[in-house]
Design a protein around this ligand. Structure first.
Ligand code: FES
Length: 102
């Protein structure tokens, strides 16, 4: 695994999310009550940014057409989204958010 620090823990509030751009890739980081999660910040329907949407019941709901994904697994849970999101391992170490996306 190749862990890369992408930002500080305090940059993403509990129940919140934020986009980080690392090596030309936009990564959405989600801070849920049950833990931290990361995915590409790109809806698989028509490429909208997911962090512009909202979190509902541990799902990310896309702002563009209302499709949704399970944040933990990346599985599409609501039409028009069908294809899953690419997700990445994530951890917080000494206040730093680290993602393995290589
Ligand atoms: S682009 Fe996300 S639901 Fe259409």
């Amino acid at each position: 695994m190749t862990w890369i620090s992408i930002g500080k823990e305090e940059e993403v509030s509990l129940a919140g999310m934020k986009r980080f751009t690392v090596e030309d890739m936009d990564i959405a980081v989600y801070h849920l009550k049950k833990g931290w999660y990361a995915s590409v910040d790109l809806c698989t329907h028509q490429d909208c940014s997911l962090v512009e949407g909202q979190i509902e019941n541990e799902e990310i709901v896309c702002l563009c057409h209302g499709g949704a994904f399970d944040i933990a697994s990346g599985k599409a849970t609501r039409m028009p989204c069908v294809s899953p999101l690419e997700t990445f391992p994530i951890r917080v170490v000494d206040g730093w958010i680290e993602v393995d996306f290589i």
